[in-house]
Design a protein around this ligand. Sequence first.
Ligand SMILES: [Zn+2]
Length: 244
Amino acid sequence: MTVRVHFLGSGNAFSDGGRANAAIHVTAPGVSLLLDCGGSALPAIKKHVDPATIDAVAVTHLHGDHFGGITFLVIEQHFAGRKKELVCAGPPSLEQRLRATEQALYPDFFGPVQLGFPLRTRVLGREPIELGGARVSALPIRHVRLAEPHGLRVEVGGKLIAYSGDARWTEELAAVSKGADLFICEASYFDRDDPAHISYKQVMTHRDEFEAKRIVLTHLGAETLAHLSDLELEHTTDGTLIEI
Ligand SMILES: [Zn+2]
């Protein structure tokens, strides 16, 4: 079975290079799962995909460029007449942070208006759960503690997709990628040593330890974008489609 991994949004928090925040659409027959839904994800989604076809969102951590677009997706789907459930799964505080975001952005809607479809929140952890037709588990990685970061392992159509979210190098990141058919790894920086993000150079240093069949870089910041011609690994831009 072919699994499609469509990078609708491939950018970092600052939209360097004019790229949209993280939004990675994984599809296969019976599967429609969005990995992250950053603040600017909705216009990026709408360029390629009918949002109504998205069944679930798996969130890597609670930073706006990874979950800030969910509220826009929800309100858009309400007015688009959605009836089908939307499931959002992520770190333990996802539900609380979504409710806070709703109240910050549209208090006149969330609460006073009955949402036209069921919106459910789930917590991801080591035990895989069924999500958007895939099986998804999450393992802890190191980024910024308050964002409750984890990496994702997505089993779909007999394939394993691993996703770093935002993470600095630790052996925990290698546990996320181990055995993956496709490892989606952030590369905010080219060679900068950062306490919250892995760099391209560090990805190359630890390439074998990831034990992934294929590595694709996303979440490229300005420093990495300035070195595109030096990258020996596949990398994404908004709209990049990978089939595995
Ligand atoms: Zn980020």
